[in-house]
Design a protein around this ligand. Structure first.
Ligand code: ATP
Ligand code: MG
Ligand code: MG
Ligand code: MG
Length: 565
């Protein structure tokens, strides 16, 4: 490609609205242009980077047996109503109507569509496992679209969905994707860390990991262990075995520590209660502690799930709507910032009449209990200290101190279980002819965000430093003079030669001063610059500069193709 022909409008000044370095550099290097808040056009060089990341992602998905499909962006509301998410997803969902007044949304994710596909096409256990993926635009009306591609309202995601016969199958699929994600981000040349995470709005009852590109500008705080491989998003809450005092007015009792219980998984094992039946909630909030009170009333309670309760966003699925209303003061299924009644919420044993089943307490400042009396009306079986993991404290696995880092979430893997397959009826017949729900997982890579994250991690005062595997082009040839016929001719020859060798190369043939070309080459971040000057060329030499190290050395022109390869 000739730079004179390339649509690559570079800018010297930093765009006013760009807060983070990747946004600034992407605009300055002429990779993207904004159309509206959170909506961008990829210019040719930006698109090349994006395509390279996509290719790496695609290869790794295919290597794990993923089959690529392409699903519609526009999705019928009916499916979202079937899954229960139409009312739950909230303001992030772009909703629209067609001319017949039928409701649709623009897909922020595709669990509904894929589950609908699979329920129609999968019949037998023999067809499983099935791994289906796409690389597709996603739409989320983010509260604060910002940081350029990092948090767009339209962005590109690879989403894969796994369908298995049982939990063991899901575990295998999950592990496959986990491994594939490690390979993807390593192949992109990024420094990253998989961390344990909370499930958020996608839901599901199994485990989940986020893949974090480590960068100081990251929106996420992660802790990692200095002694073992434990790492977690600090938003993830952990149940810590600790003795706590019940300070509620009616309480005044000593509560016992629960040894060995660290996570919801181990808690579920410890109590022999299914994970879905665990009441994981903000129950009692002190200054810096959140206590989890578990009462063995799971058969009557069925399921209360406060996803991401620590962030103040809740998603509830509960058998009794009255209970939700009473506890949280909001409609069941509603999502949004809810004034969580940080206080005592207890679910009693069966013999307690319904109205007395829940106590909606408050924190120290605002006591308002209903007429239920602890120990008379209910029994507290376990009290655990549930709070966010924090840097400085001891690792739950090995005891070594936890350290902190900032991270950009570039991917996440989820064990969904049967949440969507049950809701939509994605079933198969097992060996014995028994109908079962598919056990699902979902796995997303933010392709466009990965591009931004790569820049956050790889830049200097002069511009972007692309890791070779995702650079828009590998080499730029810069003739320093347009007057010296030897320089111009040799540059052109080199350009042809490298292209013939399959090197991705651009030739800066513009009638510009060498300084301008150098600045642009550094800004765009080509990994290798080959400079041709009258003096050096007279000695049969060209200058090779590595963008990353800044090192330059002169080499004989005959050796160049060797070197570059
Ligand atoms: P975040 O916590 O940053 O809002 P998320 O957890 O909501 O992201 P997921 O639902 O896990 O996102 O989607 C999978 C991946 O899609 C994320 O790991 C991220 O890389 C990417 N992604 C999510 N939202 C955006 C966005 N608004 N712009 C660009 N990429 C995004
Ligand atoms: Mg989000
Ligand atoms: Mg997230
Ligand atoms: Mg996520």
């Amino acid at each position: 490609m000739l730079v004179s022909q390339l649509l690559n409008p570079t800018l010297r000044e930093v765009p006013a609205e760009a807060e983070v370095i990747s946004h600034q550099l992407m605009v300055r290097a002429g990779l993207i242009r904004k159309s509206a808040s959170g909506l961008y056009t990829f210019l040719p060089l930006g698109l090349r980077v994006l395509r390279k990341i996509e290719t790496i992602v695609r290869e790794e998905m295919d290597a794990k047996g993923g089959q690529e499909v392409l699903m519609p962006i526009m999705q019928p509301a009916e499916l979202w109503k079937e899954s229960g998410r139409w009312d739950v997803y909230g303001a992030e969902l772009f909703r629209l109507k067609d001319r017949h007044n039928r409701e649709f949304c623009l897909g922020p994710t595709h669990e509904e569509i894929i589950t609908d596909l699979v329920r129609g096409e999968i019949r037998s256990y023999k067809q499983l496992p099935m791994l289906l993926y796409q690389i597709q635009n996603k739409y989320r009306d983010e509260r604060r679209p910002r940081f350029g591609l990092m948090r767009g309202r339209e962005f590109i995601m690879k989403d894969l969905y796994s369908f298995d016969r049982d939990e063991a199958g899901l575990h295998e699929s999950y592990q496959k994707m986990y491994d594939a994600y490690c390979r993807i981000f390593a192949r992109c040349g990024l420094s990253f860390r998989p961390v344990e995470a909370d499930a958020g709005a996608i839901g599901g009852t199994g485990g989940t990991h986020e893949f974090m590109v480590l960068a100081d500008s990251g929106e996420n705080s992660v802790v990692y262990c200095s002694g073992c491989d434990y790492a977690a998003n600090t938003e993830k809450s952990e149940c810590r075995p600790q003795a706590v005092e019940d300070e509620s007015p009616q309480g005044q009792r000593k509560l016992v520590p629960t040894p060995g219980v660290k996570t919801i998984e181990s808690l579920s094992e410890f109590l022999a209660v299914p994970k879905t039946a665990l009441v994981k909630s903000l129950l009692y909030q002190g200054d810096d502690k959140i206590f989890l009170v578990l009462v063995r009333g799971d058969r009557t309670l069925n399921e209360i799930k406060l996803n991401n309760a620590l962030g103040g966003f809740v998603s509830l699925q509960l058998a009794s709507p009255e209970l939700v209303k009473e506890i949280l003061g909001c409609e069941p299924g509603s999502v949004g910032p809810v004034d969580t009644p940080a206080g005592l919420m207890v679910v009693a044993d069966e013999e307690v009449p319904l109205m007395k089943r829940a106590v909606c307490g408050a924190n120290q400042a605002d006591h308002h209990y209903t007429d239920v009396v602890p120990s008379r009306d209910f029994r507290i079986d376990q009290v655990l200290d549930l709070r966010m993991v924090e840097p400085g404290e001891a690792c739950l696995k090995c005891g070594a101190p936890l350290k902190e880092a900032r991270g950009i979430e570039v991917g996440q893997v989820f064990k969904l279980g049967t949440k969507y397959s049950k809701a939509l009826g994605a079933n198969f017949l097992d060996e014995n002819g028994v109908e079962r729900s598919c056990v699902m997982g979902c796995y997303g890579v933010g392709v466009s965000r990965t591009m931004a994250a790569a820049i956050e991690q790889n830049n200097d005062e002069f511009g972007i430093i692309w890791p070779m595997p995702i650079a828009p082009y590998q080499v730029i040839i810069v003739p320093t003079s347009n007057k010296d016929a030897l320089v111009v001719e040799t540059a052109d020859k080199l350009y042809q030669e490298l292209q013939r060798l399959g090197v991705e190369v651009v030739l800066d043939d513009r009638d510009e001063r060498a300084g301008v070309k150098f600045k642009d080459a550094d800004l765009v971040g080509y990994p290798i610059r080959v400079t041709l000057g009258s003096k050096t060329l007279a000695n049969g030499q060209v200058e090779l500069k590595e963008r990353k190290s800044g090192e330059t050395h002169l080499i004989n022109i005959e050796d160049l193709s060797h070197q570059v390869k």
